[in-house]
Design a protein around this ligand. Structure first.
Ligand code: C2E
Ligand code: MG
Ligand code: MG
Ligand code: MG
Length: 288
């Protein structure tokens, strides 16, 4: 088995060898444990603000892993691992469950009535009974479908168009909104996306980062916003870090912003306190 052959592992690092790396194997075992034991995985929630009304309109859930030895790990440290180890649907189910539970709690305890966006990997979307599992989770916590948005990446629509279209149509019928994440980094055109029941387009942060410095990036963002609006999609800009980026995005007609400028990803238990400061952020947006 070439994959298990370590003969020349001292020469080059490769994905095949990474599979055999004791560190990776160890982390995989730890992740299995975290998924069955249950309190190491948690979510941070990042706020999103609508520019036209300067108001908070929702949050995105971002998974974290509190590893007993390595500390707080980000998705970049373990999503690929989960994927390779066949743990992605289990991880995805855990995330959907945590997000629904927290937003059901916030709804009853704080009166929060805003949607939460959950990232869905391609493998989850095309998995057996995906829509039923989502619907079951909403039912379990008594959360209305309108409080859930699913974020998918454009490539799953190219790689598995038939299964994805079927799943999206059934989600739409239940009133669950769909956002295309990291738009511009994959291979789909806007006209292609428009064949699917999509509601929101999230412009990848790589285009936002240099929007003031790079004329090409600015032109791309401008074009995406224009076309998205013609197709009646709501546009979210990710990774907004400065007031200057906010002003420019506002002048380009972007609908919604998400980024460190308006709020870092926070614990669910900190959302109530955040809501009390949202007024101040709204003034900042109005002044932009
Ligand atoms: P994403 O869905 O595009 O999420 C946005 C990422 O940008 C998050 O990174 C967030 O912390 C980061 N971010 C937010 N504002 C700013 C900013 O102003 N500047 C910069 N530089 N970054 C900002 P994070 O949490 O590390 O997540 C990375 C990616 O991992 C996500 O990208 C998403 O693709 C994936 N991911 C996160 N949570 C989940 C999950 O529960 N399930 C799945 N399948 N994937 C997830
Ligand atoms: Mg996302
Ligand atoms: Mg993104
Ligand atoms: Mg991403």
């Amino acid at each position: 088995n070439a994959k298990r052959d370590k003969a020349d592992s001292h020469v080059w690092f490769s994905q095949a060898q990474a599979d055999d790396d004791p560190d990776t194997l160890r982390l995989e075992t730890d992740l299995r444990e975290a998924l069955s034991a249950g309190d190491q995985l948690f979510l941070r929630f990042q706020p999103q603000f609508r520019l036209s009304t300067a108001s908070l309109i929702g949050f995105e859930a971002l998974v974290r892993w509190q590893h007993p030895v390595r500390g707080e790990l980000s998705p970049a440290d373990f999503i690929d691992l989960a994927e390779d180890a066949g743990l992605m649907t289990a991880l995805g189910d855990a995330v959907v469950n945590l997000a629904c539970r927290e937003f059901a709690r916030l709804r009853t305890e704080v009166g929060l009535d805003l949607p939460v966006g959950v990232n869905i990997s391609p493998r989850e979307l095309v998995a057996e009974r995906f829509v039923e599992r989502i619907a079951g989770c909403l039912d379990q916590y008594g959360l209305p479908s309108s409080m859930l948005t699913l974020e998918i990446t454009e490539n799953v629509l190219i790689e598995s168009p038939t299964i994805a279209a079927e799943a999206l149509a059934r989600l739409r019928r239940r009133g669950i909104r769909i956002a295309i994440d990291d738009f511009g980094t994959g291979y789909a055109s806007l006209s292609y996306l428009n064949r699917f029941p999509v509601d929101v387009l999230k412009i990848d942060k790589q285009f936002v980062r240099d929007i003031l410095l790079d004329r090409n990036d600015c032109a791309i963002v401008n074009a995406i916003i224009g076309m998205a609006h013609n197709l009646e999609l709501e546009v979210v800009a990710e990774g907004v870090e400065t007031a200057e980026q906010m002003s420019l995005l506002k002048s380009l007609g972007c609908d919604t912003l998400q980024g460190y400028l308006l709020g870092r990803p926070m614990l669910g238990s900190d959302i109530a306190a955040f809501l009390r400061t949202a007024e101040r952020i709204s003034s900042q947006i109005e002044a932009a």
